[in-house]
Design a protein around this ligand. Structure first.
Ligand code: ADP
Ligand code: MG
Ligand code: MG
Length: 259
């Protein structure tokens, strides 16, 4: 019933500007996420949270030096980013890319159809796609004008977030990783993210959410919270852990882990 299993994961960032260009960021991450659960990662700045999401996405700037990641029983690390998406993994980054000259509706339809094709499902024709996307856009209070524009170009932060959540709900992933750290989301955008995750929730959907936002956690009500510090998961707790961390900071847990 485990959907994602990370074992002793070590990863380095390849930083060409540095003298010693391999810097180890993840130093033995262990994390198991069963189907149907919502897990959260919190942790001090620079602890490797975004690095973990990049490694899981297959970003070329990061090199895995040890350990394994199993996704639905398959070796995730040997899969290309496209294969990861086809297998049901969805990743949302802190800063969604802008694509000038690429129509948003066409972009979304291409993304959805490539995943449907890989899953052996029928591709959506433009008419059926538009019907589906308009339905979802309405639920997300997302103006259909945004579908006619170029991908994320000139979108406000909240609009980019809505577009990302729209893409996620269209793709119907079985696992979503959302890195919300430092993104300065307003209250509406937080609510959109929460609604998007909640709308997908089922016994076949899991998520890993990286966030500092207590308000997002209040909306989402995660099953577990993990603390990542210095490239390792040092603590696991229930949803109440976030308030405890807000009150006392990370100092005590990090100190105990160092001993
Ligand atoms: P977090 O998301 O927890 O704040 P990050 O994963 O972004 O942490 O960063 C972890 C550490 O790795 C930091 O010290 C950061 O400076 C370093 N790092 C991350 N990406 C790069 C990169 N592309 N080049 C150099 N250093 C990086
Ligand atoms: Mg950071
Ligand atoms: Mg980060």
């Amino acid at each position: 019933n485990k959907i994602l299993e990370i074992k002793n994961l070590h990863a380095s960032v390849i930083d060409d500007s540095a003298e010693d260009s391999r810097k180890e960021i993840l130093r033995g991450v262990n994390l198991t996420i069963p189907a149907g659960e919502t897990h959260v990662i919190m942790g001090p700045n620079g602890s490797g949270k975004s690095t973990l999401s990049y490694v899981l996405s297959g970003h070329p700037d990061y090199e895995v030096t040890q350990g394994s990641v199993t996704f639905k029983g398959q070796d995730l690390l040997s899969m290309s980013p496209d294969e990861r998406a086809a297998a049901g993994l969805f990743l949302a980054f802190q800063a969604p890319v802008e694509l000038p000259g690429v129509n948003n509706a066409n972009f979304l339809r291409t993304a959805v159809n490539s995943v449907r094709k890989a899953r052996g499902e029928e591709e959506l024709d433009p008419v059926n796609f538009l019907k589906l996307v308009k339905e979802l856009a309405k639920k997300l209070s997302f103006s259909t004008d945004m579908l006619k524009r170029n991908v994320n170009v000139g979108f406000s932060g909240g609009e980019k977030k809505r577009n990302e959540v729209l893409q996620m709900t269209l793709l119907q992933p079985s696992f979503a990783i959302l890195d919300e750290t430092d993104s300065g989301l307003d209250i509406d955008a937080l609510r959109i993210v929460a609604e998007g995750v909640k709308s997908l929730r089922s016994s076949k959907f899991s998520s890993l959410i990286i966030t500092h936002h207590q308000r997002l956690l209040d909306h989402i009500q995660p099953d577990y919270i993990h603390v990542l510090a210095k490239g390792r998961i040092i603590h696991k707790g229930g949803p109440e852990l976030s308030r405890q961390l807000e009150a006392e900071g990370y100092g005590r847990l990090v100190g105990e882990a160092d001993e």
